[in-house]
Design a protein around this ligand. Structure first.
Ligand code: GLU
Length: 312
């Protein structure tokens, strides 16, 4: 059976039951709304290149997208700058935590778009003129990836803006280096709102599938970004998407992905499918514990590893 045919009949509820039994990890406590997350929330979804949608129970439970938004911010920044974003942000993995107070040696650029420094900058590079304009542009762009109108959790956005001291520090550091053109507070405000967009597993899987399908949303059929932009974004997800756990992820799962502190993981298996798992308890690198196990299992069962020896 082809990999797509296998995915069409895959039992996501059985996988959900299996990973729900996995203990370990703890929910992120950086803001009250994340600290209050239900540790037993677990939703999974797959969206195939032909538009087939497969979901488990709780695939419609929403959380704030947090860092799973970063690939899509990068995509929008590449689109709106005509590729100039690639001059302003590095694309090398850091081997460090997502919020390390560190810029690229010699250039003062953020090391890559998947860590916070890089995402603060990509959110500042999108079109829009001012904070409200960029907020609107980002929400509209993310909604095109999702194929539906997305919303911001305003309480989460406020908490992120108020309590994100390390993000403020990173924005000020980029100002000092001359790599951030907007004010530090404006940069944090826009990034905080982007992190506060609400998604469920199904929505996030559609977004991942849009990248996996070269920038075309497989549900709406609408082109959201050019093929080259999708390829650039998925490449950087593969090398940097799981922070200082990216190497281990590439070996054990082998599918470009982005983790987030709300417990979401978005997957983009090029040409095949997008996927998402939401489960709040995290490991040391900020990756969902159950999400990792689910992705390892999906990758093995559906032969998704990009370096696997797939049947022709
Ligand atoms: N909003 C979080 C922060 O900026 C995102 C981090 C993550 O999801 O890894 O710290």
């Amino acid at each position: 059976m082809s990999r797509l045919a296998e995915a069409r009949t895959y039992d996501l509820d059985a996988l959900r039951d299996r990973v729900l039994a996995e203990p370990g990890g703890s929910v992120n406590e950086s803001i009250p709304q994340l600290a209050a997350a239900d540790p037993d929330l677990c939703g999974l979804a797959l969206v195939l290149a032909d538009g087939t949608v497969r979901t488990s129970a709780r695939a419609d439970a929403a959380v704030s997208v947090q860092s799973a938004v970063k690939p899509f911010l990068f995509a929008l920044a590449l689109l709106d700058t005509g590729g100039r974003a690639l001059d302003e942000i590095g694309i090398e993995p850091t081997g460090e935590a997502f919020d390390a107070i560190k810029l690229e040696t010699g250039t003062g650029r953020p090391p890559n778009p998947m860590v916070n420094a890089g995402a603060l900058l990509t959110a500042a590079l999108v079109d829009g003129g001012d904070v409200d304009g960029r907020d609107e542009r980002i929400l509209c762009g993310l909604s095109a990836f999702a194929g539906q109108e997305l919303e911001v959790d305003e309480d989460v956005a406020r908490s992120e803006h108020l309590l994100g001291d390390r993000n403020h520090a990173l924005a000020h550091l980029m100002r000092a280096e001359g790599t951030l053109a907007v004010s530090a507070d404006d940069a944090v405000a826009v990034y905080a709102r982007a992190c506060a967009v609400l998604v469920d597993a199904r929505t996030l899987a559609v977004m991942g599938a849009t990248l996996a399908c070269g920038g075309v949303n497989p549900i709406t059929g609408r082109r959201v970004v050019p093929t080259e932009v999708a390829r650039d974004v998925v490449s950087v997800m593969a090398t940097c998407g799981v922070y200082d756990g990216s190497g281990r992820w590439m070996r054990s799962v082998g599918v470009p992905a982005k983790s987030s502190v709300s417990g979401g993981i978005v997957l983009s298996a090029p040409g095949l499918l997008g996927g998402a798992v939401l489960s709040p308890p995290l490991d040391e690198q900020g990756t969902s514990v159950r999400g990792r196990i689910a992705c390892e299992t999906l990758s093995a069962d559906l032969d998704l590893h990009v370096f696997g020896s797939h049947a022709a």
